[in-house]
Design a binder for this molecule. Sequence first.
Ligand SMILES: C[S@@+](CC[C@H](N)C(=O)[O-])C[C@H]1O[C@@H](n2cnc3c(N)ncnc32)[C@H](O)[C@@H]1O
Length: 230
Amino acid sequence: HLYAFIDSMCLKCIVELGIPDIIHNHGQPITLPELVSILQIPPAKVSQVQSLMRYLEHNGFFERVRIHEKEAYALTAASELLVKSCELSLAPMIEFVLDPTLSNSFHQLKKWVYEKDLTLFDISLGSHLWDFLNKNPALNKSFNEAMASDSQMMNLALRDCNWVFQGLEFIVDVGGGTGTTAKIICEAFPNLKCIVFDRPQVIENLSGSNNLTYVGGDMFKSIPKADVIL
Ligand SMILES: C[S@@+](CC[C@H](N)C(=O)[O-])C[C@H]1O[C@@H](n2cnc3c(N)ncnc32)[C@H](O)[C@@H]1O
């Protein structure tokens, strides 16, 4: 466990370098010389990039294959989800969760266990996460993109479990972010009316559709009425 953080940091590194996108755009497994050439890696660092690729291969993010007698790296099911240009991409989630502003918070766990009423983020950021995001538009944007990317997975769930929503008239997605989940549900069930309820700062400037409405507020005070709450 001592070096477990290296797994996360290597994952962050390949997303920052855009390696899954490079392999995806290459259209076939990529050799190390091709990869370092696209990345414009200085010759002195090529073997370190090879170590990075081997490490990520070990963790299931790349597969080492042979193509035209040469060793090359292919995407796996896990790294296909890291291609930023694909609709189903969890890259924004990695960028947000591993942003140092948030990940550094976990150095405060000891302090947190002794604090009766404070959350980890209260301690590390000096305020509730939501207040902090309100004051940091760039991180707030990254958060909303991360949530939206995660919600895209709803597409996969709907494909197999759409019976869950059948026969419903009104649903409200409490803490529904910018409405990615709700939009997917509304498209699949045009007769279903859906409200996305979130902090006013999140839903401001968003416009709904025929069956989708955005409502701002505080879920701890009240939430809109509906048949089902997500
Ligand atoms: C884990 S995220 C869920 C994101 C959402 N499922 C999506 O698809 O984007 C939690 C959401 O709860 C919202 N939230 C936090 N506190 C809230 C409050 N008091 N009232 C309403 N929404 C709140 C946040 O703004 C955030 O969008």
